[in-house]
Design a protein around this ligand. Sequence first.
Ligand code: SIN
Ligand code: FE2
Length: 217
Amino acid sequence: MTFSLFDDDALGGPTTEQLGPASFVLRAFARDRASALLEAIDRVETLSPFRNMRTPGGHTMSVAMTSCGSLGWISDARGYRYSALDPLSGKPWPAMPDLLLNLAQEAALAAGFADFTPDACLINRYLPGARMSLHQDRDERNLGAPIVSVSLGIPATFLFGGMQRSDPTERVHLRHGDVVVWGGEDRLRFHGILPLKHNDHRLVGPRRINLTFRRAG
Ligand code: SIN
Ligand code: FE2
């Protein structure tokens, strides 16, 4: 048995690691409320299901996505953008559950960002092998607000780079319950996720769920 099912439980209490002048990993910050978060995500998913979107270049993304909040992130042949409507349902995205909003605000505050009011939560679902190539989060109208990124389920290697795609990247191992916050002068740093290794998580199964909270509008 090589799976580290209980990896996240073996790690002890919350600690903070600094990645840059305005970027932090809040270890285990969301772990205690993970079950409730997963239930809330299930409810979002029944209204706006996960889907593998197409990039403007015509590729199908390996990560399946949905959103909640007043804006959701979409990608298709016309480009990347935020939309008030889910193109699958033709309706507004599900409201952002208070549990998610509160977590985002608490994590932002813990990283030094007061008054964070996200209007978009992009929900990413990775199966083993799925990845996200290096990119900047720059479709948001408000680049003054941070990004709050919550990891649930099987672990992943997060790449945190610089302001140029070619800059060196730091590898950060993210486990169930970890939260990464980046803003201020670090807000436009390139980041991505290496292909996920096969694994299984006792609550989430063989997948990783990532929530990223943004002020998009
Ligand atoms: C993202 O950059 O939108 C997702 C990052 C992650 O899955 O941790
Ligand atoms: Fe991103």
